[in-house]
Design a protein around this ligand. Structure first.
Ligand code: ADP
Ligand code: ZN
Ligand code: ZN
Length: 816
C-alpha cells in the first residue's frame, strides 16, 4: 500500500485528525499499522513524530500535495497493537481529549522523540546592515559557538533578543535547523573483536609495538588476539581507554557487535518456587465459575466479593495458571500503593519469570524493557497499576483488577480515563475475561453485579478461619461532654498504653482527602449540609461562608449549632502532624512514625517508612489512608481511626462509600495473624449507617442503605454527573464565558431532563494562573447526559473568546 494515515503527536485539538502521507518505496515493508514515524508537518514541514493508524491504496489528497514519510522508527516494530489503537480511539471518545493524548498515555514510557531548534549563522550572509540588537545576537552566537539551541540563545538574550533573532532569521542571516533527539532507554552491550576480513591488524600491531605513543592500541590488539571477542566493560577494566578503540574501529581493524539486553526488575534466585494451595470449598466454587466463563464465547465480567484474607489473590493466581495453560496472557491491575514486595513475591514465586512488573518506582528504561518483553512474547503476565493494561500482548486471555473500588484507577492527568472502564472495553474487544476483586466493591460495580450485568462470586470466610478484628465505635461528642478535649478518647489512650507495655504495635489513621473543610458541631455531631444536594458544605475561610460545591448554594457560617445551639462548632479536621504531636505528648517513651504527603516526598520514602514499621522500628504509625492498603503488619494489634468524620464529609457523594472502604481496610490491618486485633472508630456521628455497618463489617447492610439514598438523589448508578470547568487567564471573561455556557445549557434543556447547577467559582478558583468556574450537570442516563453536554459545549466554544477552555469530566471523583 502506498499511503499511510498518520496521527501526529501534538495535543492540539485542531490537528487531532489523520493526515495522509505517501510511503516512499524503501519503507513499503516497514510501514505498518501502529508504527511510529517521523513526518514533515505544517507549512514549514517541521519534523514531527507520528503514528500510522492505517494504510491505504488511495488518497483523496492530490499527489503533488502529499508529503513523504521521512523515517520509520523502532525498526518498523509497531508500538501499538491493533487492539491498542482501537482502545485509544475509544478513550478519545469517552474522556474528552485528543487521540494523540490517548496514544501517548498508551505508549510505553521512555521512547518519545523530542525536537529542538538550533540556530546557526549563514556564512554567506551580508551582516553589514545589522544594528544594535541584531549585532548583540550575532556576538552572543559567536561566543557560544556558532550553532546553539534556540532556547539557550533566547535565555541568554532575554525577551528583546527574541525579536532580533526573528528579524535575523527573516533576513536569512540566521538559519534555523531542527534537530531530533531520540531518547530511547536502550541497554546495550558492545563487543569488539579483530576484523578477520582485514589483514591490516598485524601491520598495525607491529607499528604499535615499536611506537610508545600507541601503547593503548598495542594493549587492545593483544587483548583481542588472546581472547577473541571482548566486551567494552572488560576492555575498560583492562585499563584501556576508548580512544584507541575508536581509532581502530574507524580504520576497519576492529569490528563491533551490539547486543541489546532487556533489564530485569527482579532476580529469580531471590524467590523460592511455591505451589498452589488446595482450594477451600468457597474457592473451588469460584474457580469453577471462572473457568466456565473462560471457555464461553461471550464472557460476563466477574465481580469477586471477598473479605480480606478470604483467598482472592490465590484465586487470581490459579485462574492465571489456567490462562497460561491455554497459551494466553494475563494482566493484573493493582493500586500502585498495594504493589508491595510481599505482593510481588507471591506472583514471582508462583510463576517465575513469565511474570513481570511495572510501576512508577522503576526507571523509564526498566519500564520500557518490561513492555518489550510483553511485545516479544518473553513474558505472559504483567502486574502493575493502570498502565499495565496497555501491554502489547498478542492473545490476552484475562484482565484482573484487584481492589476494584480503588480511586487510583481513575487517572488524574489527561486523558482522565477510568482504567476499569477501559479494561472492560479491552476485554470485550479481545475476548478476554475480566475479573474484578474487592472486599468493599464500589457501589456502582456491586449494583451491576446485583443486576446481573456482572457475575457475582462471594467469599465469606477467611482461609485460615481467623476471625475479623473486633471493632468498636467511640462517640467523641460524649468524650467532649465528659471534659476530654483531646483527639484521643479515653479508651484509645488506655489501649495504646497497654499495647506499648506488651511490645505490640498500633496504627492511627486520619483520613484527610482533598481540600474540603467541613463544619460540624462537636457537641451533637451535626454536620452543616446543603438541603438540596445532601452534600456537606465546604467552609471558605476568606469569606467566612459555607458553600455547596454541587449546586453553589452559599450560606453564612453559623456561630452556634443550628441543631443543639452549642458553640463548639469546629472548622477543620486535625492533620496527621497534630495527631503525632499529641501522641508524643501522651506517650513520651513510644517511637512514633508518621506517613502522609509531607513525609513521603522522596522517591522511596513511602516504602522505607512502611518497612521500618514492619521491622518493628516504631511502636506507633500515624498516617493518612496511604497506610491502609495492602500491607501486612504481623505485630499490629491495635488500630485507631481518629476521626471517621473527616472522610464522611468530603463534599462528595462518594464520601460514605469511601469511608466504609477506609474503615474496613484499616480494620483489616489489625490482628491479621492469630491474635485477634482491636479497632476503635472515633466519630462525632456514631449512628451514621456508614459507621455502624463498617463496624460490623457488613458490606451488604451498608450497600442496601446507600443505594436507597443514591436512588432518591439520582446519584450514580441511578444517574450521572458531568462537570464542565471553564478556565481562562482573565477572571471577568471566564465568568462571562461560564454564564454563556450556563445560558446555552438552560436553553437547550427543553424537556427538563437535566439538572444544571452553576456556574459557580470552582473550589480551586485560581489554579496555575487561570481562573476557574464550574458547572455541574446531572441527568438520569449517562450517554444522553454526555451527548447533551458535549453539544452545548460545542455551541459555547463558538460564542466565547479564544483564551477560554472548557474541560469536561464524567462522574468526577472530586468536584473541584
Ligand atoms: P485476599 O487476597 O482475599 O486478601 P489471600 O489470597 O491473600 O486473600 O489469602 C490470605 C492468606 O491465606 C494468604 O496468606 C494465602 O497464602 C492463604 N491462602 C489462600 N488460599 C488458601 C488455601 N486454599 N489454603 C490455605 N491457605 C490459603
Ligand atoms: Zn450541635
Ligand atoms: Zn447543593
Amino acid at each position: 500500500m502506498r499511503y499511510a494515515r498518520v496521527i501526529v503527536g501534538m495535543n492540539n485539538p485542531q490537528t487531532d485528525r489523520v493526515f495522509d502521507y505517501h510511503i516512499p518505496e524503501v519503507f513499503r515493508d516497514e510501514a505498518k499499522e501502529g508504527v511510529r514515524v517521523i513526518v514533515p508537518f505544517g507549512r514549514k514541514n517541521t519534523k514531527t513524530e507520528g503514528y500510522i493508524l492505517s494504510l491505504a491504496y488511495e488518497s483523496e489528497i492530490p499527489p503533488d500535495k502529499l508529503k513523504d514519510i521521512l523515517e520509520i522508527l523502532d525498526d518498523g516494530k509497531p508500538i501499538f497493537t491493533p487492539q491498542m489503537l482501537h482502545l485509544a480511539q475509544w478513550m478519545k471518545e469517552n474522556y474528552f481529549c485528543t487521540l494523540s493524548q490517548c496514544l501517548q498515555a498508551i505508549m510505553p514510557t521512555g521512547i518519545k522523540t523530542k525536537s529542538i531548534w538550533q540556530v546557526a549563522l549563514n556564512e554567506n550572509a551580508d551582516i553589514s546592515a545589522c544594528k544594535g540588537g541584531e549585532m548583540a545576537v550575532l556576538e552572543a552566537l559567536k561566543e557560544m559557538g556558532n550553532t546553539v539551541d534556540l532556547s539557550e540563545l533566547e535565555k541568554v538574550l532575554g525577551s528583546a533578543g527574541k525579536y532580533a533573532v526573528r528579524q535575523l532569521q527573516k533576513k536569512k542571516i540566521l538559519l534555523l535547523k531542527q534537530k531530533m533527539i531520540r531518547s530511547e532507554y536502550k541497554m546495550e552491550q558492545r563487543f569488539y573483536s579483530i576484523n578477520e576480513g582485514s589483514s591490516m591488524w598485524e601491520e598495525v600491531l607491529k607499528k604499535a609495538e615499536v611506537d610508545k605513543r600507541l601503547l593503548g592500541q598495542r594493549k587492545l590488539l593483544q587483548l583481542l588476539k588472546e581472547k577473541g571477542e571482548v566486551s567494552l566493560e572488560e576492555i575498560k577494566k583492562s585499563g584501556i581507554s576508548e580512544s584507541p578503540l575508536k581509532t581502530l574501529l574507524k580504520k576497519g581493524v576492529l569490528s563491533e557487535r551490539r547486543n541489546q539486553r532487556k533489564r530485569e526488575v527482579f532476580s529469580l534466585e531471590d524467590y523460592e518456587r511455591t505451589m498452589p494451595f488446595y482450594p477451600t470449598e468457597e474457592q473451588r466454587k469460584a474457580l469453577e465459575e471462572i473457568e466456565h466463563q473462560m471457555n464461553l464465547e461471550k464472557k460476563k465480567p466477574i465481580l469477586l466479593h471477598g473479605i480480606t484474607g478470604s483467598g482472592k489473590t490465590e484465586i487470581y493466581m490459579q485462574s492465571i495458571a489456567k490462562i497460561l495453560a491455554m497459551g494466553k496472557q494475563a494482566v493484573v491491575l493493582v493500586p500502585e500503593i498495594s504493589l508491595t514486595p510481599q505482593m510481588m513475591e507471591r506472583f514471582i514465586s508462583r510463576f517465575g519469570d513469565v511474570v513481570s512488573i511495572t510501576h512508577s518506582r522503576l526507571s523509564p528504561g526498566e519500564r520500557l524493557d518490561q513492555w518489550k518483553k510483553a511485545r516479544d512474547g518473553e513474558i505472559s503476565v504483567m502486574i502493575g497499576p493502570r498502565s499495565a493494561l496497555f501491554m502489547p500482548f498478542t492473545d490476552l486471555g484475562m484482565i484482573i483488577i484487584d481492589e476494584v473500588h480503588d480511586n487510583s484507577y481513575i487517572s488524574d492527568i489527561t486523558p482522565k480515563y477510568d482504567v476499569r472502564e477501559a479494561a472492560k472495553m479491552l476485554a470485550e474487544d479481545t475476548g478476554a475475561l475480566l475479573l474484578m476483586g474487592s472486599a468493599t466493591p464500589d457501589l456502582v460495580s456491586y449494583h451491576k453485579a446485583r443486576q446481573g450485568e456482572y457475575l457475582l462470586l462471594e467469599l465469606k470466610e477467611r482461609t485460615g478461619g481467623g476471625a475479623l478484628p473486633r471493632m468498636e465505635i467511640i462517640d467523641m461528642c460524649k468524650e467532649l461532654e465528659e471534659g476530654n478535649r483531646s483527639a484521643f478518647s479515653g479508651v484509645l489512650q488506655e489501649e495504646i498504653g497497654r499495647a506499648l507495655e506488651k511490645g505490640q504495635q498500633t496504627m492511627l489513621f486520619l483520613n484527610r482527602r482533598g481540600f474540603a473543610t467541613f463544619v460540624s458541631c462537636r457537641s451533637c455531631g451535626h454536620v452543616m449540609r446543603c438541603p438540596e444536594c445532601g452534600i456537606s458544605y465546604t467552609y471558605h475561610a476568606k469569606e467566612e461562608v459555607l458553600m455547596c460545591h454541587y449546586c453553589g448554594k452559599t450560606v453564612e457560617s453559623p456561630r452556634n449549632c443550628p441543631a443543639c445551639g452549642s458553640k463548639y462548632i469546629r472548622y477543620f479536621g486535625t492533620g496527621p502532624q497534630k495527631i503525632e504531636e499529641e501522641a508524643k505528648r501522651l506517650f513520651p517513651k513510644a517511637n512514633i512514625l508518621r506517613m502522609d504527603l509531607d513525609t513521603t516526598t522522596g522517591k522511596n520514602s513511602h516504602n522505607q517508612i512502611l518497612e521500618a514499621f514492619r521491622n518493628g522500628q516504631a511502636d506507633i504509625l500515624v498516617g493518612t489512608q496511604m497506610i491502609a492498603k495492602g500491607h501486612d503488619f504481623p505485630n499490629v494489634t491495635l488500630v485507631g481511626i481518629m476521626a471517621a468524620d473527616t472522610s464522611l464529609n468530603t463534599g462528595s457523594f462518594y464520601a460514605s462509600e469511601n469511608t466504609f472502604q477506609l474503615i474496613t481496610q484499616a480494620g483489616g490491618r489489625a490482628g491479621r495473624t492469630d491474635d485477634r486485633g482491636k479497632v476503635y472508630i472515633q466519630t462525632y456521628q456514631p449512628k451514621h449507617y456508614c459507621i455502624t455497618h463498617a463496624a460490623e463489617q457488613n458490606y451488604k447492610g451498608f450497600y442496601e442503605e446507600e443505594i436507597l439514598l443514591r436512588e432518591m438523589m439520582g446519584y450514580p448508578p441511578f444517574g450521572a454527573f458531568c462537570s464542565v470547568v471553564i478556565s481562562g487567564e482573565d477572571g471577568g471573561e471566564t465568568a462571562r464565558a461560564a454564564d454563556v455556557l450556563g445560558g446555552i445549557l438552560q436553553a437547550e434543556n427543553r424537556e427538563n431532563n437535566f439538572f444544571i447547577m452553576g456556574p459557580v467559582p470552582a473550589m480551586l478558583f485560581k489554579f496555575r494562573g487561570e481562573y476557574r468556574q464550574r458547572i455541574l450537570i446531572q441527568g438520569p442516563e449517562e450517554n444522553a447526559l454526555v451527548q447533551f453536554v458535549v453539544e452545548c459545549v460545542g455551541k459555547g466554544e463558538h460564542n466565547v473568546g479564544k483564551g477560554i477552555h472548557f474541560q469536561l469530566t464524567r462522574n468526577p471523583l472530586n468536584i473541584v
